[in-house]
Design a protein around this ligand. Structure first.
Ligand SMILES: Cc1cc2nc3c(=O)[nH]c(=O)nc-3n(C[C@H](O)[C@H](O)[C@H](O)COP(=O)(O)OP(=O)(O)OC[C@H]3O[C@@H](n4cnc5c(N)ncnc54)[C@H](O)[C@@H]3O)c2cc1C
Length: 428
């Protein structure tokens, strides 16, 4: 078959890998100037390694991703440095990414709360019954089983930070997926995620996949003779099948001929956007070497996560500079979407100084800002019943996105999984 894939993120590239291996002819259309999708990176001339636009890492349990990396022969590039995640309690930061550290965390006291926190964690690690958990919101379930104190200390700030006004709607299955499938060990690729995307796309090229960068698709339609037309900047081309890996909203726009009920399903899916500030500093911000700071918004922090990338991988890969991210999930239309990098820095600088009082603006050599409309799907109660099928009602047109990897939370690991699942369906 002659197949078009829209999007050179991990879903699109993984589908292309299996389809080309099976002998099909593949053309990938990518609107951006590099591959990797949301997990793309950028490189300042002063740096040897790239920095991810939106902080990224893998979990040791990311079997789909680590599996395809092995098939690609790129496992030598994967590294698992030991980073430290910290939580705030009474104006002090505490490491919180091992059982020992969780037991020592003073925010939960020593009594029944710590026991409830532990038991809930063990239950969610062990149970496989996410179907029961999608019928109840995380807010209700956590209040009942972990208790109000544990929930309000530990989990509610994270839910608010991620989902804003939607946080009370999110089903417990979303929480289950995070606790069930994640590890405290965090991995990355030597050279950054962009180095991996470049190696992946280079392999695809060697296997015969044609990857067209700066090639935005404008529309897709099914023809009378049962093939699919893809209309790009340079006109229309015909394929036997097409796989779209964009956001549901873009899919709906590209393919207006989809039947009404499928289109409605696409448009009813909810999502949060993300705005991330990246700054190159002359000095280390967290002198304790902490990597990930969970920032409670009710404590006056105007964003959710402060991540010091060079407390995870060495600053020697960045010409001795220290790289920090300030990231937040917000709805499209939020003021952060209108701000440039300097304006965001003005907004976030006070928080950086709360991490290290010595921080001043002259520490900052350069700032960048990255924005994504579709960054985090927001699942609803009984979400499994609302997921659009990968095989759309238009024969030959397939759709695979972050909103369909549920019950898992989005991530490059599940982009690989859904890309490969879509490839299998296309070959059936
Ligand atoms: C802030 C943030 C932090 C994250 N952290 C992690 C993490 O730590 N670990 C992890 O594994 N995952 C993380 N993720 C999630 C991860 O980035 C995604 O799950 C994954 O990259 C999705 O891959 P995809 O191929 O499904 O979609 P995408 O990566 O979105 O790929 C879709 C591609 O389609 C292209 N496209 C769109 N429209 C068109 C068009 N009209 N024509 C041609 N091309 C088009 C886009 O440019 C894009 O390249 C994070 C995401 C965000 C936003």
């Amino acid at each position: 078959m002659n197949i078009a894939i829209i999007g050179a993120g991990y879903a699109g590239m993984s589908a292309a890998f299996d389809l080309v291996k099976a002998g099909h002819e593949i053309t990938i259309y990518e609107s951006e100037n590099s591959t990797g999708g949301l997990a793309r990176g950028f490189r300042d001339p002063k740096w040897d390694w790239s920095v991810d636009r939106f902080y990224h890492h893998w979990f040791a349990s990311d079997n789909h991703m680590l599996g395809i990396i092995e098939e690609l022969g790129l496992s030598d590039g994967v590294i698992f440095p030991r980073p430290y995640t910290v939580l705030l309690h009474n104006k002090k930061w505490y490491p919180f990414d091992s059982i020992k550290e969780a037991l020592l965390f003073p925010g939960l006291g020593w009594g029944v709360n710590k026991l409830r926190f532990g038991l809930v964690g063990v239950y969610l690690r062990l149970t496989k019954n996410w179907q029961a958990l999608e019928k109840i919101t995380a807010d209700t379930w956590m209040r009942k089983w972990a208790g109000a104190h544990v929930y309000e200390q530990m989990w509610e700030p994270m839910l608010i930070g991620k989902f804003g006004k939607h946080y009370k709607d999110v089903p417990m299955s979303w929480f289950w997926a995070r606790i069930h499938a994640r590890t405290t060990k965090l991995g990355t690729f030597k050279g950054g995620f962009q180095a991996f995307a470049d190696s992946f796309s280079e392999k695809l090229g060697e296997m015969g996949v044609e990857i067209r960068l700066n090639a935005k698709v404008k529309s897709i339609k099914q023809n009378q003779d049962k093939n699919v037309s893809v209309v790009g900047e340079n006109g229309e081309e015909k394929f036997d099948k097409a796989l779209v890996t964009t956001s549901p909203k873009v899919m709906a726009k590209l393919t207006p001929d989809l039947p009404k009920n499928y289109l409605e399903k696409l448009l009813e899916l909810k999502q949060m956007g993300a705005v991330v500030l990246v700054a190159a500093l002359k000095h280390q911000l967290s002198e304790e070497g902490y990597y990930w700071f969970n920032l409670p918004k009710d404590d006056g922090f105007p964003f959710l996560a402060l991540v010091e990338h060079t407390n995870y991988v060495s600053s020697e890969h960045f010409g001795g500079e220290h790289i920090i991210y300030g990231g937040d999930y917000v709805e499209v239309g939020h003021e952060y979407f209108k701000m440039d990098a300097e304006e965001l820095m003005d907004k976030f600088a006070e928080s950086f100084a709360r991490i290290n009082p010595k921080f001043t603006r002259d520490w900052v050599r350069k700032v960048w800002v990255f924005k994504a409309d579709y960054a985090q799907p927001v699942p609803q109660l009984n979400h499994s019943q609302n997921i659009p099928a990968i095989e759309t009602p238009l024969e030959g047109i397939y759709f695979a996105s972050m909103s369909q990897v549920y019950p898992w939370d989005r991530g490059t690991n599940f982009a690989v999984e859904i890309g490969r699942r879509a490839a299998r369906l296309m070959m059936e």
